[in-house]
Design a protein around this ligand. Structure first.
Ligand SMILES: Cc1cc2nc3c(=O)[nH]c(=O)nc-3n(C[C@H](O)[C@H](O)[C@H](O)COP(=O)(O)OP(=O)(O)OC[C@H]3O[C@@H](n4cnc5c(N)ncnc54)[C@H](O)[C@@H]3O)c2cc1C
Length: 289
């Protein structure tokens, strides 16, 4: 189908973009990579009267480390994440997850900001951001604020982002050296959204797990932070018993719908299996394996 008609704006600065968002309110929509928004517009599930294209705003593009945080501009693409030596060295979970998103063409245009702001439970980066305790920097006509990724997702296409706000930056506490992390995604074919996926980020003090974050993708109305799974791992050696308990707790929170990716029961089992694999891989990496 063909989208409804709209006016196109290409601001050159964050200030200009925020002013346009303030001016148009619910009639305006940010356009980043367009790989979720344009399909929605073609289906007439989104009918913005004004598109505000942020791709000309240089200040939204960098990837750097500052003040103990990795700071990624909202308009950095998945390809930028894959090409970043800084991320490869400090937070390899990000390129690992980016490589599992869609296909190269989509990764060249699709942005990290669009992926996390979109609110689709099928997007992979929200669960990764929750596992990494990321913070989203938002700017609106009323000023700037920060929202933790773990507090951002309220339901399907329901987030803490106000209609007139721009996500400007994703801030991730630089993971401590020696941490281990993994993103495991089951999909039917290259380019597909997850049947189920899980992220795990672990750290160890000697042979005991000192901290653990476990999250799930596409098995609920939004990405799920499984507090209980992390609790099952902390203080243990992340042995088979602890991993099985954490995976069982992840499955207990998974609530997928039955769809073309499989019946709900199957997808729930796959959520448990992805959690198991993510935790085991993260532990092995933390231990230098
Ligand atoms: C065939 C196909 C397969 C795909 N497979 C996957 C997959 O496996 N995993 C996955 O995670 N994704 C997948 N995607 C989605 C893809 O990753 C999109 O690029 C992503 O969801 C949105 O990023 P974008 O930059 O394209 O955002 P856009 O489509 O431009 O925007 C998406 C939404 O976010 C809002 N938005 C964007 N940037 C900002 C900002 N800075 N501030 C405020 N609001 C903003 C927009 O207004 C819009 O509502 C797939 C897409 C296609 C077409």
């Amino acid at each position: 189908m063909i989208p409804g008609s709209f006016a196109y704006h290409r601001p050159a600065s964050v200030d200009e973009a925020v002013a346009l968002l303030g001016q148009f309110g619910e009639d305006g929509k940010v356009l980043a990579g367009g790989h979720s928004l344009i399909p929605m517009m073609k289906l007439r599930l989104a009918t913005p009267e004004h598109l505000i294209d942020i791709n000309g705003i240089g200040e939204l593009k960098g990837i750097r480390e500052e003040g103990g945080q990795l700071r990624i501009g909202a308009a950095a693409t998945q390809a930028d994440i894959l090409a970043s030596d800084l991320l490869a060295n400090t937070c390899p979970l990000l390129p690992e997850a980016a490589a599992l998103i869609a296909d190269p063409q989509i990764r060249y245009c699709g942005t990290l900001g669009g992926n996390v702001a979109n609110g689709d439970p099928g997007n992979d980066m929200p669960a990764v951001m929750m596992a990494l305790a990321a913070i989203y920097a938002l700017r609106g006509p009323g000023g700037a604020r920060e929202v933790a990724a773990r507090d951002f997702y309220h339901g399907t296409f329901d987030t803490a982002l106000a209609e007139n706000e721009l996500l400007t930056e994703i801030r991730i506490p630089t993971p401590a050296p020696g941490h281990g992390a993994s993103y495991q995604k089951m999909k039917r074919k290259v380019g597909d959204y997850a049947t189920a996926a899980a992220a795990a980020v672990l750290s160890f003090d000697g042979d005991r797990c000192a901290s653990a974050a476990v999250t799930l993708t596409n098995v609920g109305e939004a990405a799920i932070f499984v507090t209980e799974a992390g609790d099952a791992l902390v203080g243990t050696a992340v042995d088979d018993t602890a991993v099985a308990e954490a995976a069982a707790r992840a499955m207990a929170l998974a609530a997928p719908v039955s769809d073309l990716r499989g019946p709900a029961e199957y997808r729930t089992q796959m959520a448990g299996e992805m959690a198991r694999r993510a935790i085991r891989t993260a532990a092995a990496r933390a231990k230098g394996g």
